[in-house]
Design a binder for this molecule. Structure first.
Ligand code: ZN
Ligand code: ZN
Length: 361
């Protein structure tokens, strides 16, 4: 069924992937009741060693029944720390793993069905999939190599915003050199799909059946009362066009908009859109124009957070409270919760995204 994702396994089948087949089966069958399996999920999550994200698995999460979004990353395409950067924020991120941030990405998880999808595939995807272990709780998909047949699907689908390196190159980890996925559904705009079809290594991944390209023209159902809709946004668009995603759950609606040139260049009004959602993860790449001395900021346009704060200053408090800045450049003082910039965002009634945060839908 094109345009919809129906989980092919129920939770009980998914949960068997935790069983290490090399051990005596009877022993594990006897011991691995549901509680122990869940404890194992927690242990595996903690053991992942991820620097920028750690799984937020908990009893509260197990009790969660509604679909939700797990924030897998909040940094601009280069992550934090950024390669070769000796600035104070990057040095601190190297020293303190909890200060590091993965590249912007979200997981949409549905505990009712076990479905889960990835919004953007980043160069940090390996660590991010570790952090996604146990989301949703009945699905954690750690497969051993001696299990026969194809490896289980890590995610039901990937939705791509655009062809900048932080947002799609993570697809490579699903290829034959690493996970060896089969028919991984990738939702992309026509132009983005054409880019993948025309350029190696993505072309080969499509030809060999690793990736299965699907559209974004219509909203995509990923479960009961759970769907994802793409909104075109203006961005530099050298290789593909760019979209934001609206994630509609049974009771809440989330906007994921990591990259846009400037609010003024968009045919939609961000304020009007804000009125229709409950949470808005918005482009917060740069706090202001002084961040990259020696670099022409006009050649990498994003709405400065300082300008967005000003623009939203007259909105009602309830509207401002929906705003969460993400896609933070390594130079952005918002990566430090104690910076003056972070205090200014909080004083304005808005927030800065954190890796590992959860938003119910
Ligand atoms: Zn980006
Ligand atoms: Zn971009």
């Amino acid at each position: 069924m094109k345009g919809s994702i129906v989980p092919d396994e129920d939770g009980s089948r998914s949960s068997k992937h935790v069983v290490n087949r090399r051990r005596p089966k009877h022993l594990l069958d006897g011991l691995l009741d549901l509680r122990l399996r869940r404890t194992l999920v927690l242990v595996l999550s903690c053991w992942s060693g991820a620097a920028c994200v750690s799984s937020a698995h908990s009893k509260a999460l197990e009790a969660r029944r509604a679909p939700y979004v797990l924030v897998l990353g909040t940094a601009q395409d280069g992550g934090l720390p950024q390669i070769g950067c000796a600035d104070a924020l990057c040095r601190r991120a190297r020293r303190e793993p909890s200060f590091a941030r993965c590249v912007t990405s979200l997981l949409v998880a549905d505990p009712r069905s076990g479905a889960r999808v990835l919004l953007d595939a980043t160069p940090d995807v390996a660590r991010q999939m570790e952090a996604a272990t146990g989301h949703p709780p009945m699905r954690y998909q750690l497969a051993t190599r001696d299990q026969p047949g194809a490896r289980p699907a890590l995610v039901d689908a990937v939705f791509l915003t655009h062809a900048h390196m932080g947002h799609y190159t993570g697809l490579a980890w699903f290829g034959r050199e690493v996970y060896g996925a089969r028919d991984l559904r990738v939702h992309a705009t026509e132009r983005m799909a054409a880019f993948l079809r025309a350029n190696d290594p993505w072309r080969r991944m499509v030809d060999e059946g690793t990736l299965s390209l699907a559209g974004l023209e219509a909203p995509v159902e990923i479960g009961a009362e759970l769907r994802i809709e793409a909104l075109p946004v203006p961005h530099r668009d050298e290789f593909s066009d760019t979209v934001a995603f609206l994630v509609q759950g049974p009771s809440r609606r989330l906007l994921y908009l990591p990259d846009i040139d400037k609010w003024e260049r968009w045919e939609l009004s961000i304020e009007e859109l804000l009125r229709t959602v409950d949470v808005a993860l918005l482009d917060g790449t740069f706090f202001d124009g002084d961040e990259l001395p020696g670099r022409d900021m006009d050649s990498i346009p994003h709405p400065f957070v300082s300008a967005t704060l000003e623009r939203f200053a007259t909105l009602p408090a309830a509207e401002r409270a929906k705003v969460v800045f993400t896609h933070l450049n390594h130079s952005n003082p918002l990566v430090d919760p104690d910076s003056a910039a972070s205090r200014a965002v909080r004083a304005a009634g808005m927030a800065v995204a954190r890796d590992g945060a959860i938003y119910e839908l």
